[in-house]
Design a protein around this ligand. Structure first.
Ligand SMILES: [Zn+2]
Length: 155
């Protein structure tokens, strides 16, 4: 598949070109394990991500071409109020009651490498998002700095 396939949306995020394949395009990219003749890094991890988080409106997975390597890397983004945040999605465990709280997102500052945004500005962006609380014990999930938590019946 070519990167300019109509099933792939292209957008600049934090000054970096990000390609957002449709569900259908992802299936093809993952079976070829490549896009535009370049290998896609960790296709199995991408398939797992899509299965766990692809259903959520606020979660987006894109592909970027890093200058330092001849392959595509995935980038997981949280899209809230028209802003993109580079995050790590996880099934967060509450530090207070040790129970799993379900699909959530935590800041991934390392994913900003190559954007020329300094860490002060990255944290200023994240600081606008309120930290979420554990649905079991109501403790704020500050250890993981959880900025998004799926509600129990979210899809
Ligand atoms: Zn808890």
């Amino acid at each position: 598949m070519n990167a300019d396939d109509p099933r792939i949306r292209y957008e600049f995020v934090h000054g970096q070109a990000v390609y957002f394949p449709s569900t259908n395009a992802w299936a093809e990219i993952l079976s070829e394990r490549a896009l535009a003749g370049l290998p896609v890094s960790l296709p199995d991890a991408i398939a797992g991500w899509l299965q766990q988080y692809g259903q959520f409106e606020v979660a987006a997975l894109g592909l970027v071409r890093a200058r330092w390597s001849a392959q595509w890397h995935s980038l997981s983004l949280l899209r809230l109020n028209g802003h993109y945040y580079r995050v790590h999605f996880e099934n967060v465990v509450c530090h207070n009651c040790n129970q799993r709280c379900g699909p959530s997102a935590t800041p991934d500052t390392v994913a900003y490498a190559g954007t020329n945004i300094d860490s002060k500005d990255i944290w200023a962006e994240f600081d606008r998002l309120p930290l979420q609380s554990c649905p079991h014990c109501h403790e704020v999930l500050r250890h993981r700095q959880t900025v998004w938590l799926a509600s129990p019946d979210a899809a």
